[in-house]
Design a protein around this ligand. Structure first.
Ligand code: UDP
Length: 239
């Protein structure tokens, strides 16, 4: 018998940077392998899982636009970067004996399935890990918004944002030694205090659908499972 867990279906948001490890670009196979192990540990314990992966380790539209590129073209490149990351995660999960499906918001039929909500839910119900790629498929959005949207669409009961720090702080802890961590915040506090955790559209969508969020440190092995057990890790955002 598996132990009782607090959550039945989760949506995990991994930033592209989470895949880089100590590199400053691209994907570190060791890091993606460890993340795949953690995802599979939680799946084996019975949790249904969707994952949204960012693309910031390869391209971000805003960065490309700042360097002179057309913003929409840059955003298309950013979305394609998320597809590459999702393919790498699919590979890592399947190498470990798990089942995964990349579903892309941009149709790329030779590479990934299209995102079709009912099909995504079916995959999740069958225990497959669905990797939602290409954000929401439109420029001027982020994968944070995609994570909130997909979480609501597939009726996840928790949105997790995996970061390199252990929650939301009063200020950037890397720059301000006196910054303190919040255990819990309301959605409106995150928005009003302009806490750089997820973009406002993502937070507002979670608020409107009362979808709880946990922001946690994914660099500590085992943390994902700890959140599933209901241990107080990181910062929760809710009502
Ligand atoms: N992007 C987009 N529409 C979306 C999601 C992402 O245009 O719905 C583009 C955008 O250029 C973004 C890039 O893809 O900068 C990578 O996503 P994001 O910056 O959210 O990745 P992360 O910071 O999580 O690695």
């Amino acid at each position: 018998m598996s132990e009782p867990l607090k959550y039945r279906r989760i949506l995990l948001k991994l930033s592209g940077e989470a895949l880089m490890g100590d590199e400053d670009y691209g994907i570190d196979p060791k890091v993606i392998g460890r993340l795949a192990d953690e995802i599979l540990e939680v799946r084996k314990a019975g949790v249904e899982i969707g994952v949204v992966i960012g693309g910031g380790n390869i391209f971000r539209g805003a960065g490309l636009a700042a360097a002179g590129m057309d913003r929409v073209t840059g955003d298309h490149m950013g979305m394609l970067a998320t597809v590459m990351n999702a393919l790498a995660m699919q590979d890592a999960i399947e190498k470990r004996g798990g089942f995964a499906r990349v579903m892309s918001a941009l149709p790329i039929h030779d590479v990934a399935e299209d995102f079709i909500r009912r099909r995504a839910i079916r995959h999740i119900e069958k225990g497959r890990i669905v990797l939602f790629a290409a954000g929401i498929g439109n420029p001027f959005f982020t994968t944070d918004s995609a994570a909130a949207l997909r979480a609501v669409e597939v009726s996840a009961d928790l949105l997790l944002k995996a970061t390199k720090v252990d929650g939301i702080y009063t200020a950037d802890p890397a720059k301000h030694a006196d910054a303190t961590r919040y255990d819990h915040l309301t959605y409106d506090q995150v928005i009003e205090r302009k806490l750089a955790v997820m973009d406002t559209a993502a937070i507002a969508l979670c608020r409107d659908h009362r979808l709880p969020m946990v922001i946690y440190d994914m660099t500590v092995p085992g943390n994902l499972m700890r959140v599933m057990r209901g241990e107080s890790i990181g910062t929760t955002v809710g009502t």
